[in-house]
Ligand binder design. Sequence first.
Ligand SMILES: O=c1ccn([C@H]2C[C@H](O)[C@@H](COP(=O)(O)O)O2)c(=O)[nH]1
Ligand code: ZN
Length: 167
Amino acid sequence: MGALSWDDYFMSLAFLTSMRSKDPSTQVGACIVNDRNRIIGVGYNGMPSNCPNDQLPWSKRSVEGELATKYPYVVHAELNAVLNKNAESCSGCRIYSTLFPCNECAKVIIQAGIKQVIFASDKHSDRASAKASRRLFELANVELRQHVPEARRGGRDGTQWEKAEKQ
Ligand SMILES: O=c1ccn([C@H]2C[C@H](O)[C@@H](COP(=O)(O)O)O2)c(=O)[nH]1
Ligand SMILES: [Zn+2]
C-alpha cells in the first residue's frame, strides 16, 4: 500500500481533531495547512476556554428557547483553528474541515487570507448559513472542494471514512 495522500492525511487529522468535541450531534474538526504542507493550526467545536462545560448546554433545541441551546455559546472548529495558529499568518493557506463552514466561519476564513477550503460533509447545505458561505467564498475567490477519499477512488480501505460519514 502506498503513502497516504496529503488530502487524506490532513482530512484524517481534521477527523481525529473532531473527536475531541463534546457536541453529541456534530463533532467538527479543522486543520489549516500552508503551501509547504506544514500544519498551521487545528481546532474543533467546543465551548470557550475557562467556561465550565457542565454549565453550558449541548442541546440542539429547547422549549426554553435559543439561550438554552448550544448555538449561542459554541466556538466553531474553523474559528478555533485560526485562533490556535502557530504561525504569524494564515495567508495563502488551505483549510480542511470535516463540515462545510458556516457563514461566520466563512468570514473568518476570508479575513484570515485562507485561499482554499476542503470539506468532507455538506450535511447542512440547505441552511441559510451554508448558502451565505458559498456566496461569500465565491465573491472572495476562495476555492471550494469536497474531499473524495482515495478509498472512494478505488484505493485503500475506507472504513474510517464510512464511520465519519454516518455522523
Ligand atoms: O462552520 C461550522 C458550523 C458548525 N460547527 C459546529 C457548531 C455545532 O457545535 C455543530 C453543528 O451542530 P448541529 O447539531 O449539526 O446543528 O457544528 C462548526 O464547528 N463549524
Ligand atoms: Zn462556523
